[in-house]
Design a protein around this ligand. Structure first.
Ligand SMILES: [Zn+2]
Length: 501
């Protein structure tokens, strides 16, 4: 059979795969926002059926023939980037779906719900011992699954590759080592600085509905078009649902914290990326952006590089003061310092820009050592506490503050943590490339002008959907693969100025 026949076949598989993903995305949004308690069981039944249909797409002789055909072809010979992306993602999904032994998946699905319950119970009682045997079982099963998927690769490389396709642990560890040294040095310099920002200013609570409206306006003005999505506020943790090529919905909550601004800017970054594919990409159902670290970088760019910059607030602070009289007597610089206070804490999700990646590196290294045979899952508590002291300078006083704080290991997100810090690293590389092409980028932010920035992001990143891997995208933009130095340089410039170092 010819290239064209196989290509048509994998196109139709990709279409169906994406249709199922859209259904799953709608289910997820519904589950967090509207699904009634007693509706859960039936929904689970339907979701399990959809998941089976999705996995079954790769379970045929035709799929096998197409996989064999393209496995023997050189992807670099395919000139068209959409076709190359289709082939690459087909082979990737085919490998993951067909090589995962069904009995292991079954064993995993049998303990999944109980593992989550044990994690919740352990958290409540601040006792890792309750979770320990379940975590050990999950890590053992994941090891067996990874070994079945790729017997020639290291277990952790395979687990990481499922979430961040094309990125090797070798390059992640290499760049994380660079980042770790730079960030711990910057953190200790900041600790010795005489500048002590008043973090209470930014922690002022305001009217929940008004800060929600204000934050949504900022997200819209940053470029998010509601005709390609929309907001709802009925969930407990913020996320964006990718429903279609021009449909990315932002879900948030109401709580009266100014952090809502960053939540909305972050999710808008995801949404603009997911709904920004060009027509060819959308017709081929290759929209949505590159999953994992690159998707995260596009959100963090809008949230941090844009939203936490001095230039941005030169434009928006007078508007915030007008809307919230609580800030009338506070000057821009004090507000800006407060928003960018660096203070090592035990919680990853509320960490500042400098210490955030250290939290992530800690978890990445623990996973790497567990799956590399250097550490037992049962010893994670002590290893966590030791690394926390080493990287952040503080030791958790109980397990809930430490090893039990993230739901990832209980919720099937294993080999996933690195994406968050890789997202930051890609942000640094994106920023460097943008400054090259749009040198007055900061001046434009000062005037609340986002057109040039969005045009750049559309042309260089968003339009390509998920046709490339994160590494390929970084290479296209900067000519280099993963490189932590631009992100470190950004943080050093910004925080040396803030803390007068
Ligand atoms: Zn995100």
């Amino acid at each position: 059979m010819s290239y064209q026949t196989h290509l048509e076949y994998i196109k139709s598989i990709n279409d169906q795969f994406r249709y199922y993903k859209t259904i799953e995305s709608m289910f997820e949004l519904d589950q967090w926002s509207a699904l009634p308690l007693e509706g859960g069981n039936y929904r689970q039944e339907v979701a399990a059926h959809i998941a089976e249909l999705k996995a079954g797409l790769f379970d045929s002789e035709e799929a096998k023939r197409a996989a064999n055909y393209f496995r023997n072809a050189d992807l670099n010979d395919i000139d068209d980037y959409v076709e190359r992306g289709l082939v690459r993602s087909f082979l990737f999904r085919y490998r993951n779906q067909t090589r995962t032994p069904k009995h292991l998946m079954h064993q995993y699905s049998m303990i999944k719900a109980e593992t989550m319950n044990k994690w919740k119970e352990a958290r409540q009682k601040q006792d890792f011992e309750i979770f320990r045997p379940w975590l050990t079982k999950v890590f053992d099963l994941k090891t067996k699954i990874a070994e079945a998927i790729d017997p020639d690769a290291s277990v952790f490389d395979t687990l990481v590759s499922i979430n961040d396709e094309g990125t090797s642990c070798e390059e992640i560890s290499r760049e994380f080592d660079v980042l770790k040294v730079g960030l711990t040095n910057l953190r200790s310099e900041i600790e010795q600085s005489g500048v002590k920002p008043n973090s209470d200013i930014f922690n002022t609570m305001v009217d929940p509905a008004r800060i929600e409206a204000f934050s949504q306006r900022l997200a819209r003005e940053s470029g998010y078009q509601e005709s390609r999505g929309g907001f709802n506020n009925k969930v407990v943790h913020a996320f964006t649902s990718f429903m279609g090529p021009r449909d990315a919905r932002v879900s948030t909550y109401q709580n009266g914290s100014l952090n809502m601004i960053f939540t909305c800017l972050h999710e808008a970054g995801h949404a603009m990326y997911a709904s920004g594919g060009n027509d060819i990409v959308n017709i081929a159902n290759m929209w949505g952006g590159i999953e994992g670290s690159f998707q995260e970088s596009m959100a963090r760019f809008n949230e941090n590089i844009v939203g936490r910059s001095h230039a941005y607030w030169e434009y928006y602070y007078p508007q915030l003061q007008k809307e919230f009289p609580e800030f009338a007597g506070i000057c821009l610089d004090d507000f800006y310092l407060s928003m960018n206070t660096v203070k090592p804490s035990l919680r990853r999700i509320t960490a500042d820009e400098v210490t955030y990646s250290l939290h992530v590196i800690l978890r990445y290294e623990l996973e790497r050592d567990c799956f590399g045979g250097k550490l037992e899952a049962g010893d994670l508590r002590d290893a966590w506490n030791d690394l926390s002291e080493k990287y952040l300078g503080i030791r958790p006083s109980n397990d809930t503050e430490g090893v039990l704080q993230d739901m990832h290991w209980a919720g099937d997100y294993i080999g996933y943590f690195q994406s968050y810090a890789l997202g930051n690293i890609y942000c640094g590389q994106l920023r460097e490339a943008i400054l090259n092409d749009v040198p007055d980028f900061e001046n434009q932010l000062r005037q609340g002008a986002f057109t040039d920035l969005n045009t750049w992001l559309d042309e260089n990143v968003r339009q390509y959907g998920c046709c490339f891997t994160a590494g390929e995208m970084a290479h296209r933009i900067t000519g280099k693969s993963l490189d932590a130095r631009p992100f470190l340089q950004y943080l050093e410039e910004k925080y040396k100025q803030i803390y007068q170092l």
